[in-house]
Design a protein around this ligand. Structure first.
Ligand code: MOS
Length: 745
């Protein structure tokens, strides 16, 4: 095994794609163009449930420039009619099929696609499409439907169902001197990436298409298209080098992809379909979730019993599942724990993964309840958590691959100044504002996935690494550049990274915080394999100075192989390749998680979040003035992009805590606040100091490079820490998110 030549990994590096992004040179799905491009505009349905009785497209079709109006009555037959294809991340059930038949299953459902010579014509004509309906009674209110909640009959692939109960949670609860049972609620939320969902299908002729899709996994879209339309893989290439944020909305192919491809194949022409901001509220969302948490503790602050029950909304056609309650069995030591996770069917679209799916919901409940219990026990909330520190994963009985949470608590508390906290609520005040300090624990699964990558080296030292993963703003281009440069001993400026193209080596979607661990390891493995080929070529040269060298005696740096102990004995990559008659050297490698580790260990990232809020005593306005997030996430590849991931997650958590809420009018069965004026995400003025600490954590098991992933941990725990800080400031415990002014006053 050769020793990696580390120059770039672990050091702060600006994004290699940053300049392209800020200058507009980076091309997004709706910016690719083609000669003779036609434009599709979606007509969204107006009712929540029922049937379409008629669609009158005549006025739309009469408009000059309109090419076609697709509806369920005239849409082309597709392979979908005879298959029930489910994409890579689909939950159990039967995926929604746009324009499939006359049935309306949720409000906002696409009912027609108007295609015209230009966008404005398509949009104007869409307004002329007349749809009439027979309405049926709908149900979209989780509170009403929770009585009919059920345990999902089929497990969703990749999602752990609740663990088996341990001990006797109800008995221990009854016997505990300190008990608490409360309900904690989270409203539905929508992802709202900056870039709306969009697809540009370029008609290449002969039934072949190149598809530019806003997606977190190009091969997921490719597989979807080939299955749904019955096309062979060589006819469909999906190319999406840049993604303007995803947060999970781009994990599954969305209906605009289906509509754009359908129209392109039918018209034999290039077609673009872009969803409007309000149409971004007509597919997956973070489900509204009601948690009931019961805690029992003894007078010394040892947890005696935990019960976590949750019910979340899903659609009538899919059983969307995420991990909500399991966290309550793995975060702290407790011998008596039970879980219950149920779904309630609603007349909405199927919910979707949204940044750290499930975790910030379950952890909001657990970490709020822990704060309430600490207060009842007259214990410092941090001290209470330390007294119940979990040394192993008690859900499985497995040891952790690594867990530096204790150190995260320590460093976070020190940086924040937690020891100066006066534990009495409403005890800290400045001017007209009440000051509150709160904290919470965060936890997220650290995963790696099977991923392939190719490394191609030229004699002049240029290196290209390629993998069909994505960069949804996470910094993938940059860390892969760093890893490739170090692994093969070339400069970062000699490396180019190719991702976001279905023709590249196989990768899963970018999600689950697994990309750095997975694509990173694949790139490293491919580069290491290239080193073997280079050394082999060097050793076969006549009179090779490295003839008797073993791999670990050779340093690969600056485009040369040099004997570690004798710098005079060296061969350049160029000479080795020339001697072997190679114009380029291309190798591909595949990495997989270690099944032994997966079976015998648990792997999580952890965080300790400390928050200061200031609450206007008369107005109830909450400002988050200070956040310290101490994160234990294994090896940090790039402190700059890593910090940005955590800050992004914390901002997301601030939105979750204070502003983000998709509100339904249950009389209409419809989400009502479908624009950024009414769905509030934090703006710059809402964000003040956020400090990120990366706690050292050596993890040799989770992934080959010791990486655990950072995309999601930043949101977990943040909303709970804010709610706890608001309680500390005001004495008011708010158990439903978002914590709007009306709930604070
Ligand atoms: Mo993330 S919700 O896995 O994009």
């Amino acid at each position: 095994m050769t020793i990696p030549n580390e120059t770039y990994v672990g050091t702060p590096r600006q994004r290699v794609d940053g300049r392209a992004k800020v200058t507009g040179a980076a091309t997004y799905a709706a910016e690719f163009t083609a000669p003779d491009l036609a434009y599709g505009y979606v007509v969204s349905g107006a009712i929540a449930k029922g049937t379409i009785t008629a669609i009158d497209s005549s006025a739309a079709l009469a408009m000059p420039g309109v090419l076609h109006v697709f509806t369920h009555e005239n849409r082309p037959r597709t392979a979908w009619l005879s298959s029930n294809f489910r994409d890579e991340v689909a939950p159990p059930g039967s995926p929604f099929r746009a324009l499939y038949d006359k049935h309306i299953v949720y409000s906002g459902q696409p009912v027609a696609l108007v295609v015209a010579e230009d966008f404005d014509t398509a949009r104007d004509a869409a307004a002329l499409v007349r749809v009439t309906y027979d309405t049926e009674a709908h149900a979209t209110d989780l509170d009403q439907e929770r009585a009919k909640a059920y345990v999902p009959p089929k497990k969703r692939s990749g999602i752990e169902p609740p663990p088996k109960p341990r001990g006797d949670a109800p008995g221990a609860y009854d016997a505990a001197p300190f008990k608490l049972r409360q309900e904690y609620r989270i409203s539905p939320e929508h992802h709202n990436p900056m870039e709306p969902h969009a697809t540009t299908v370029v008609w290449d002729g002969d039934g072949a298409i190149t598809v530019h899709d806003k997606i977190q996994g190009v091969q997921n879209s490719q597989t979807y298209i080939t299955n749904v339309f019955g096309l062979s893989k060589d006819k469909v290439r999906v190319v999406s080098p840049f993604v303007g944020g995803g947060f999970g909305s781009g994990l599954r192919p969305q209906y605009q992809l289906y509509l754009a491809v359908m129209a392109s194949l039918a018209l034999e022409r290039s077609v673009r379909v872009v969803l409007t901001r309000d149409q971004m509220f007509t597919f997956g969302y973070r489900p509204g979730t009601i948690n009931t948490l019961s805690l029992g503790a003894d007078a010394q602050g040892a947890l005696q019993s935990i019960t976590h029950e949750a019910v979340a909304g899903t659609s009538h056609f899919e059983d969307y599942q995420e991990v909500v309650v399991n966290w309550s069995g793995g975060t702290y030591h407790c011998d008596n724990v039970s879980f219950d996770y149920k779904l309630a069917k609603l007349d909405t679209y199927t919910p979707a993964d949204m940044r750290a799916p499930g975790a910030p919901l379950g952890m909001f409940a657990l970490e709020s309840a822990m704060d309430e219990m600490a207060e009842a026990l007259h214990l410092d909330p941090l001290e209470f958590r330390l007294r119940n520190y979990a040394e192993t994963d008690e859900n499985t009985g497995n040891p952790f691959t690594s867990k530096a949470l204790r150190e995260a608590y320590r460093q976070g508390a020190e940086q924040f100044g937690w020891s100066r906290r006066n534990h009495t609520p409403r005890s800290m005040k400045e001017g007209h504002e009440l000051v509150g300090w709160g904290m919470a624990t965060g936890m997220w699964e650290a995963q790696m996935q099977q991923t392939s990558a190719r490394a191609t080296l030229w004699p002049d030292g240029r290196l290209e690494v390629a993998c069909a993963t994505a960069d949804i703003g996470t910094g993938t281009y940059t860390i892969l550049t760093q890893i490739a440069a170090d692994s093969l001993g070339v400069g970062m400026d000699q490396v180019s990274v190719k991702i976001g193209d279905s023709s590249l080596p196989t990768s899963p979607v970018q999600g689950g915080s697994w990309t750095a661990a997975s694509a990173g390891a694949a790139v490293q493995a491919a580069c290491f394999k290239a080193r073997e080929s280079l050394l082999d070529a060097a050793q076969k040269m006549d009179g090779s100075p490295l003839a008797d060298a073993t791999a670990d005696q050779v340093v690969f740096a600056n485009g040369r192989m040099t004997l570690r102990d004798d710098a005079a004995r060296a061969v350049s990559y160029a000479d080795a390749m020339r001697a072997a008659g190679l114009d380029t050297l291309a190798v591909e490698e595949t990495v997989k998680p270690d099944p032994k580790v997966q079976k015998s260990f648990s792997s999580y990232t952890h965080s300790a979040v400390f928050v200061e809020v200031r609450v206007d005593e008369e107005l109830g306005v909450v400002r988050v003035t200070r956040v310290v997030d101490a994160v234990a996430a294994g090896r940090i590849l790039n402190p700059l992009t890593a910090r940005s991931q955590i800050i992004g997650g914390v901002v997301f958590g601030i939105g979750m805590a204070l502003t983000e809420e998709t509100m339904a009018d249950h009389a209409l069965g419809r989400f009502m606040n479908h624009n950024l004026a009414e769905y509030h995400v934090p703006s710059n003025a809402d964000i003040q100091g956020i400090e990120v600490i990366f706690v050292e954590e050596n993890d040799s098991k989770t992934s080959p490079m010791g990486v655990k992933g950072l995309g999601e941990i930043g949101i977990v725990g943040t909303a709970a820490a804010i709610a706890n800080a608001i309680h500390h400031a005001t004495g008011r415990r708010v158990r439903s998110l978002p914590i709007t002014i009306d709930k604070v006053l």
